[in-house]
Design a protein around this ligand. Sequence first.
Ligand SMILES: [Zn+2]
Length: 191
Amino acid sequence: MSVLPEVLASNASYAAGFDKGALPMPPGRRFAILTCMDARLDPAKYAGLSEGDAHVIRNAGGRASDDAIRSLVISYKLLGTREWFVIHHTNCGMEFFTDEVIRGVLASSLETAALGADGFYDVGRGPGSNEANYIDWLTIKDATQSVVDDVVRIRNHPLVPGRIPIYGYTYDVATGRLIEIADATKAGLPL
Ligand SMILES: [Zn+2]
């Protein structure tokens, strides 16, 4: 069964009571959040956002990939955000594999892998593809250091102006709390 009918039904009731049609394009509260796509994270709830408030950029891990930086640069340069957050989280799936592991399971098959005591392993029918060898999967070895690394990368990027503060946090999936990573916030201080 596809989830499609459920999503369309939810959208119909959302649209029936919709009153946000006149919002301006630039985010009203002038900030952006880079965070993980993990289904347990709801930035609108954990950071108190309504439609039109802020940019939320999400990818696997909430990593400062080239594409995340592309979005952040558009966010301030064209749409006026003034403060940025990098928010990773506890128990992130990106801690459970390495480039070598995902390359291995994708080379074996394209079907969903299984997660056992020793990590992910492939159970699908091949063929797979070696294209995974050409992707940097930006996995996470240390969930605190990854926040620091990403804030440092954004801070030092030549297209990012020094006056934007970048805050580094971990979201705790067990409590819903944001925990500051002091070294990240320090690295993200305005220049
Ligand atoms: Zn994650």
